[in-house]
Design a protein around this ligand. Structure first.
Ligand SMILES: Cc1ncc(COP(=O)(O)O)c(C=O)c1O
Length: 432
């Protein structure tokens, strides 16, 4: 197998994977058109490109209405405004997700209630939701992470039973379908991100979709500085921001939507091939297929890593060694939000955390979600989607590198390398 690159050997892979995003003529043409039109911003609202894309994207996901916004985090915040969240309301969120799922809840002076993940999917564990519901609960905010779905059948059943709203965080799920229904179209609203790493990107950006006009009117008003929505049937007047997506950003979106199904098919094929190489590899457990996922959105791919079965190679060392073999990957991709260095919460800054209590709730110490902690600090190994956008040979090189690292466990013992230290650091403090 050869000496590991982390100890000075030749890396398995010396060339980059497929660059992301894809540089294509269609985007260049639209950008030039937006540029010369002199309509660079989001006004007159909605911009031509933002509006055309939002309608097409909503239809693609199976929703009636769609609206572009400035980021995925803002999309979540706008969804919360659309369900008319009030200060002190509680929102059930998964503990294991990007911090941007949870930040908007707090920033609207509502209270996030962390629920652990299902170890089979790493998404919100629907079996634990009912125990977290209180008279203050207003909504459930599942996140469809890494090629999997939170159990929407159960979540919708529970929401109906308890009269709760459902907001789907679909930052990983462009094009994904659950039992034939598009991500984001099943709950009251769906929030998407078009940040650089996402399956469709405008550098930064996002979208909200919904089947409910009233919700969409509130979204529009909130992200268009409080103006009346285009239909204005519900006459909502709320204070808002300018969170419109600029036309210079929106111009690149539609060609990517056109390309998405073909790209998803390539990624799915390569993922399948990659998995066929690792089916029985000690130390690695692939996620079980789920028949309810009727269209796969291969964004963040992950498998579970078991140190004990992998000759006691710590995950940090495994990931660092794999990175130096030329394979971009990450162990500490997400943390349980309540423990994350990107969640430096001072309870006294958020009044609702104190209401009706002698002492404010300290979200950083209140929770312990064992599955989320296991995923974050021990098990999960994440790979970016562009690794699977190339050829079967690319997928083979990832498998080859993994098998090489696992075969060379002894070389990794006792190694004190910067890359390994980096894997252990909180994500805000990592050396670049
Ligand atoms: C699960 C999840 N939710 C929300 C977001 C927020 O998106 P944005 O970075 O566009 O604000 C992201 C982005 O990485 C995400 O991965």
């Amino acid at each position: 197998m050869g000496k590991l690159a982390i100890t000075g050997g030749e890396p398995v892979r010396k060339t980059a994977f497929t660059p992301w995003p894809v540089l294509a003529e269609e985007e260049r043409r639209n950008l030039e058109d937006a540029f010369t039109s002199l309509k660079w911003g989001g006004q007159p609202f909605p911009g031509k490109y933002a509006d055309s894309f939002a309608k097409k994207f909503a239809a693609f996901q199976g929703a009636k209405y769609g609206q572009c916004v400035s980021t995925g985090t803002v999309a979540i915040e706008a969804c919360l405004k659309a369900i008319q969240i009030r200060p002190g309301d509680e929102v059930i969120v998964p503990a294991y997700t990007w911090e941007g799922t949870v930040g908007p809840v707090l920033l609207l002076n509502a209270v996030p209630v962390f629920v652990d993940i299902d170890p089979e999917t790493y998404c919100l564990d629907a079996k634990l939701i009912e125990a977290a519901i209180t008279p203050k609960t207003k909504a459930i905010l599942p996140v469809h992470l890494g090629m999997r779905f939170a159990d929407m059948d159960e979540i919708l059943r529970i929401a109906k039973k308890h009269n709760l709203k459902v907001i789907e965080d679909c930052a990983h799920a462009h094009g994904a379908q659950w039992n034939g229904k598009g991500a984001g179209s099943m709950g009251d609203l769906g929030a998407f991100s078009f940040q650089s790493s996402k399956l469709i990107t405008s550098g930064e950006g996002g979208a909200v979709i919904s089947n409910t006009l009233e919700c969409m009117e509130l979204v529009q008003s909130y992200i268009n500085a409080g103006r009346a929505s285009l239909t204005d049937q519900f006459h909502h007047r709320i204070i808002g921001y300018n969170h419109r997506l600029s036309e210079l950003q929106a111009a690149v979106l539609e060609p990517q939507l056109d390309r998405l199904p073909a790209q998803a098919a390539v990624r799915a094929k390569n993922v399948k091939h990659f998995e066929s190489r690792l089916q029985t590899t000690p130390g690695i457990r692939l996620l079980k297929p789920d028949q309810r996922i009727t269209r796969l959105a291969p964004y963040g791919y992950f498998f579970k890593y078991f140190e004990k079965e992998a000759k006691d190679i710590p995950r940090a060392a495994f990931v660092a060694a794999l990175q130096l073999e030329g394979i971009p990957c990450d162990g500490l991709f997400y943390e349980p939000v309540y423990k994350s260095s990107l969640f430096p919460l001072k309870p006294e800054d958020f009044p609702a955390l104190s209401w009706g209590r002698e002492k404010p709730i300290d979200l950083r110490t209140k929770y312990s979600c064992p599955e989320s902690e296991r995923a974050a600090y021990h098990e999960a190994v994440w790979f970016p989607h562009f690794l699977f956008l190339g050829t079967t040979a690319d997928a083979d090189s990832i498998a080859d590198a993994i098998l090489k690292v696992l075969a060379s466990g002894e070389e990794l013992r006792g190694l004190d390398h910067k890359a390994i230290r980096n894997q252990r650091l909180g994500r805000a403090d990592r050396e670049s």
